[in-house]
Design a protein around this ligand. Structure first.
Ligand SMILES: Cc1cc2nc3c(=O)[nH]c(=O)nc-3n(C[C@H](O)[C@H](O)[C@H](O)COP(=O)(O)OP(=O)(O)OC[C@H]3O[C@@H](n4cnc5c(N)ncnc54)[C@H](O)[C@@H]3O)c2cc1C
Length: 445
């Protein structure tokens, strides 16, 4: 019997402390042979961006990470589709419940176990639940990565931060979000573009709109000509006051200029919001006027093409938004990012047990990661391309009136209805891993 090593054999640096980085830190920290350091650019734990949907796929991975308990929110339930000008309900049929369309997608709620029904949660709650499970002392805040370098064979990976400090690790995980420095360095030919679609997001107390007469304060979408407004409760009725709700306004025709890439979570004035929402139902106008000045945040959507590779140098992996810049297209990016981290940990665990070389263990683990997650992300891109083709077909008939336009849009959402999206919203990452292992064993027989 060999003695356990006194030093962890593999040093791992995670760049970024969003859901992906934190989930990965939890999953990897449970391996006895690694030491993990997470570098986050923010000076302190923080999360911007209002609400986040937690569907069955997110619950599955949160359970594996032991972080499900702290995540609470409002049940998503049925999401109404409305004419934004009048509030008239326009749902085509109950199949629409499973439709999606942006960050604020609707998720199927047919989950058998009520504990894992889809919810809309405050982002801070997801972040706090994950932070709570990250072993203490491994996160370094105020560390903005500015350079990542491959010093050559056997040299691990060199990191440099904005504050002038440097670090070194055997294995680096780029969890630094859609504008990833890690991705830009290892794949300099990959570029993001501004889509012209912008989200304005806010959370405010439900009590502050109690005066709005006959307002249907239930989750749903209000469709306008050049955008939509998403309304959702982010607190459960059992939670103490103040219970909050979220408004996200999507504006489809914002300027497409390069400087917009930096417009992310920046404050937006109430005047700016009102200038974009003049056509909405008067009750919506009243709701918007209840938002205190300084609360809105603006996010200009950026996106980039599918990466054929999500690993590099045999010692770097991209996860979450860093690996598939889709700008929240499926409204499930937090789950994807956490799933990535959990799979990386499983792959490293199994490969470490197979070889005495840590470099080979890392290299092989990255190959497994690429084999499992690469095709999953490709499938997402393929799906979006097919949906786009479908909606182009629909658009030909759209030169008609407002009603026709928004009905066509809702029909576009229905395009993905009917349980066809279970590969995303019900993804069971543990099952995915078990199937991979079984297939690998079968191939060796
Ligand atoms: C409008 C909108 C709505 C959305 N709605 C949903 C939803 O309902 N459900 C859902 O699951 N997803 C949703 N998403 C997507 C979701 O927000 C992301 O997919 C998810 O946050 C990705 O997690 P991540 O950890 O990969 O990246 P991020 O959450 O972006 O985290 C990246 C982290 O890295 C840090 N960082 C960045 N650069 C550096 C650097 N150079 N050095 C050090 N640290 C760095 C950042 O500060 C941040 O903490 C939505 C997205 C948008 C835009």
């Amino acid at each position: 019997m060999t003695n356990p090593p006194t030093q962890p054999a593999i040093s791992i640096a995670i760049i970024g402390g969003g859901p992906g980085g934190l989930g990965t830190a939890i999953a990897l920290s449970s391996l006895p042979f690694v030491s993990v350091t997470l570098y986050e650019q923010s000076p302190e734990p923080r999360e911007v961006g209002a609400g986040i949907s937690i569907g069955r796929n997110a619950w599955n991975v949160l359970n594996l990470l032991g972080a499900a308990e702290g995540v609470t929110g409002g049940k998503l339930g049925f999401s109404w589709q409305r004419n934004g000008r009048t509030g008239e309900p326009l749902n085509l049929d109950s199949g629409d419940v499973a439709a999606l369309g942006g960050g604020e997608k609707q998720q199927a709620n047919g989950d058998e176990d009520p504990r894992y029904a889809s919810i809309r949660a405050r982002r801070t709650r997801l972040q706090a639940a994950l932070l709570d499970k990250v072993p203490s002392g491994i996160i370094q805040f105020g560390k903005k990565l500015v350079e990542i370098r491959d010093p050559g064979e056997g040299g691990g990976v060199a990191l440099a931060f904005k504050d002038g400090s440097q670090a070194h690790a055997d294995f680096v995980i780029g969890a630094d979000g859609i504008r990833s420095v890690v991705r830009r360095t290892i794949f300099p030919g990959h570029h993001l573009h501004v889509t012209g679609n912008t989200a304005f997001r806010v959370l405010i107390p439900l009590s502050s709109i109690a005066h709005v007469k006959d307002f249907p304060a239930v989750n749903g979408w209000w469709h306008g000509l050049n955008g939509h407004l998403y309304f959702a409760r982010v607190d459960d009725e059992s939670e103490p006051e103040p219970r909050l709700f979220e408004v996200t306004i999507r504006s489809y025709n914002e300027p497409i200029t390069p400087d917009r890439t930096a417009t992310w979570a920046i404050p937006a004035t109430n005047e700016k919001i009102l200038a974009r929402t003049g056509e909405y139902d008067p009750r919506i106008q009243q709701v918007l006027r209840a938002v205190p000045e300084g609360e809105w945040r603006e996010f200009a959507m950026v996106a980039g093409p599918c990466l054929a590779e999500i690993t590099a140098w045999d010692k770097v992996a991209l996860i979450g938004d860093a690996s598939h810049p889709l700008s929240g297209a499926f409204g499930s990016g937090a789950a994807f990012a956490m799933e990535d981290g959990w799979i990386l940990a499983r792959a490293l665990e199994v490969e470490y047990s197979r070889t005495s070389s840590t470099a080979i263990a890392i290299k092989n683990a990255l190959e497994i990661f690429q084999r499992i997650r690469g095709p999953y992300y490709e499938r997402m891109y393929d799906f979006l391309a097919t949906r786009e083709k479908h909606s182009q077909g629909t658009r030909k008939e759209e030169d008609a009136d407002f009603d026709t336009i928004i009905k066509a849009r809702i029909a576009g959402l229905g395009f993905v209805a009917g349980g066809k999206m279970d590969w995303i919203y019900k993804n069971d990452i543990e099952k995915v891993w078990n199937e991979y292992v079984a297939a690998e064993q079968a191939a060796k027989l």
